[in-house]
Design a protein around this ligand. Structure first.
Ligand SMILES: Nc1ncnc2c1ncn2[C@@H]1O[C@H](COP(=O)(O)OP(=O)(O)OP(=O)(O)O)[C@@H](O)[C@H]1O
Length: 341
């Protein structure tokens, strides 16, 4: 049985349209899955749904099975028991997630006291061990968040997330606010810790390169849907969906310093959930869209071994494996749009 099975997940904020629209994904124990997409594609909404941290009044549909138990329908007492111990989350910007008026050691100890019924001395000992595990001296337990650097605070957040030995860690842009050197250290730390402990990891980022370097598998999200999925390195090197391709071209390539100076960027923005275009939601920005893309949405379908993509070009010749003409580098091309599938 998978550690996590998400089936046809729908999430709509109070009074709003669906921000997550029919997401399916699964994660094996100890597996690392990256979820990529631009801001507004629904990645954080998906992360919050996994731990049932969505605001009151949010409508959800589908199923989120964590070790076979549906997080969306479990009683609140059970949800509280599952958080930290079953699954925990690391948010971006630890300054906002940590309580400014409590020492960081007390904040790490809190879930340990709650879930492991530890004595205060036992919780303190475990807190020291966790801090050392994330590369901080145990004595930093006495510090307040403002006395730590951004990287140190993010390490504290990771220590908290690990405190109850969860089966799953969800890391939502865990390094976005940090400088590049610290970012690399924190990513390596997360990777090592989850590998050592066979913890499942869902890491969310807009940066495909970061995810390709850290994760086993990658899912690309656009307008609340997963549009591409597969082994991380393959998706990064040879995306089958034009959006995945545009995203991988939008960032400097791993190991290719020259690409930092290449023209990048994907014109336009992802749609607002209330105004998702008809057909394939990406078609207005897609450089290889066909007429049919404006009217017919594509399901995720096999796009090679262990790979899936939701694009009209996947089935036929001409797209899968063939480099698309500079996805994102120019406006939709009239010739491509007028050709038939
Ligand atoms: N609390 C909320 N109430 C209403 N709408 C929201 C709320 N949070 C997010 N949204 C909307 O849901 C959509 C998806 O947002 P979400 O934060 O999940 O995307 P994201 O891909 O994680 O982006 P980011 O990287 O900026 O967090 C967006 O259109 C956003 O405006």
């Amino acid at each position: 049985m998978s550690l996590l099975e998400v089936r046809e997940l729908e999430v709509a904020y109070p009074g709003g349209a669906a921000a997550v629209r029919g997401v399916d994904l699964s994660l094996a124990a100890g597996e690392k899955l990256g979820i990529a997409g631009e801001s507004g594609c629904g990645k954080s909404t998906l992360a919050l749904a996994l731990l049932r941290l969505l605001p009151a009044g949010t409508r959800t549909g589908g199923r989120i099975l964590l070790d076979g138990e549906d997080v969306l329908t479990m009683k609140w007492g059970r949800v509280r028991a599952v958080r930290w111990a079953g699954a925990s989350i690391v948010f971006q910007g630890a300054m906002h997630s940590l309580n400014a008026v409590h020492r960081v050691g007390d904040q790490i100890a809190e879930p340990i006291l709650l879930h492991h019924k530890a004595t205060p001395a036992g919780a303190r000992k475990r807190t020291g061990e966790l801090l050392e595990q994330v590369g901080l001296p145990a004595a930093r337990a006495d510090a307040y968040p403002h006395e730590l650097s951004g990287g140190q605070r993010q390490r504290v957040m990771i220590a908290m997330a690990l405190a109850c030995d969860p089966r799953l860690i969800v890391a939502d842009e865990p390094t976005t606010a940090l400088d590049v050197m610290i970012q690399a250290q924190i990513l390596r730390l997360i990777e090592e810790l989850v590998s050592e402990q066979e913890t499942g990891l869902i890491m969310i980022s807009h940066d495909l390169a970061v995810l390709a370097d850290t994760c086993d598998r990658l899912a690309v999200m656009y307008a609340g849907r997963i549009v591409e999925e597969g082994p991380a390195r393959q998706v990064y090197d040879d995306a089958r969906h034009p959006y995945g391709r545009a995203l991988s071209e939008a960032f400097p390539r791993i190991g290719d310093p020259a690409s930092r100076f290449a023209p990048h960027g994907l014109p336009g923005d992802p749609p607002d959930p209330a105004a998702v275009p008809s057909g394939c939601a990406f078609h207005p920005r897609c450089p290889v869209a066909l007429d049919v893309c404006a009217t017919r949405d594509q399901p995720l379908r096999a796009a090679g071994p262990e790979r899936r993509a939701a694009c009209v070009h996947v089935e036929g010749a001409g797209f899968g494996g063939t480099p698309a003409a500079g996805a994102g580098a120019r406006a939709p091309d009239a010739e491509a749009r007028s050709s038939t599938p």
